[in-house]
Design a protein around this ligand. Structure first.
Ligand SMILES: CC(C)(COP(=O)(O)OP(=O)(O)OC[C@H]1O[C@@H](n2cnc3c(N)ncnc32)[C@H](O)[C@@H]1OP(=O)(O)O)[C@@H](O)C(=O)NCCC(=O)NCCS
Length: 188
């Protein structure tokens, strides 16, 4: 059964049919997709939703649809997933987030990501959560740093053939947060 997360301003929940349109729209926004190899088709966006909804139903956690409590409006996703590409630091659970552009600059990603970490460590009893992004994706790295993750100094080439060798998108940095460190930091 889906784990439901309520924070001060956000609700992280199971996906609804009504999320399909706004989720596809944010994946077609060049600003949102600036650090990805390209825009994402409607088919790809619907595929994400199908996969994440099934994971939420089956095991309770995945990438949650996020809405603001004030408006009930869908703003993007935040969550915990197991990466699908083979990475040298697997097995691992990855923290990820993607919000529509009009909802940047309000601290929503940081607030939701902190809550997702809480679920990962408290409820799922994970020993570690990682996150990774192109080195040049500074907004994403800032979220990781604000929530207490540390740069593992283990940059790597993300194995996505759509990212040509030498492209600035291919070189990724890895951030880690251990359960021990999270508990020591007072879980914030
Ligand atoms: C990554 C992403 C979610 C970060 O968004 P963001 O708005 O920078 O991050 P937050 O939601 O945590 O907001 C933090 C900003 O809000 C500001 N802010 C305003 N009100 C705030 C509040 N009440 N509480 C906290 N921060 C607040 C902070 O000062 C900070 O601004 P700054 O970046 O100028 O210092 C966004 O850039 C995105 O969706 N990008 C596209 C997808 C992507 O790249 N995902 C990561 C792939 S690995």
């Amino acid at each position: 059964m889906t784990i439901d997360i309520v924070t001060e301003r956000l609700h992280l929940r199971q996906w609804k049919d009504a999320d399909r349109e706004p989720y596809a729209a944010l994946n077609m926004d060049p600003a949102v997709m600036r650090f990805f190899p390209g825009l994402q088709s409607r088919e790809g966006s619907d595929g994400d939703i199908a996969r994440w909804s099934a994971e939420l139903d089956d095991r309770g956690w995945s990438n949650w649809a996020v809405e603001t409590r004030e408006s009930g409006k869908f703003i993007g996703f935040i969550g915990l997933t197991v990466p699908r590409r083979a990475l040298t630091f697997m097995p691992c659970v990855e923290l990820g987030y993607r919000l529509a552009r009009e909802h940047w600059g309000k601290g929503y990603a940081t607030e939701g990501a902190r809550a997702a970490l809480g679920i990962g460590f408290d409820r799922l009893q994970l020993q570690e959560i990682v996150s990774f992004t192109p080195i040049v994706n500074l907004p994403s790295r800032s979220v990781m740093e604000r929530i207490g993750m540390t740069n593992a100094d283990a940059d790597f080439d993300y194995p996505n053939p759509a990212m040509p060798d030498g492209s600035e998108l291919k070189k990724h940095c890895l951030y880690r947060l251990s359960r021990e460190r999270w508990l020591r930091s007072g879980c914030t």
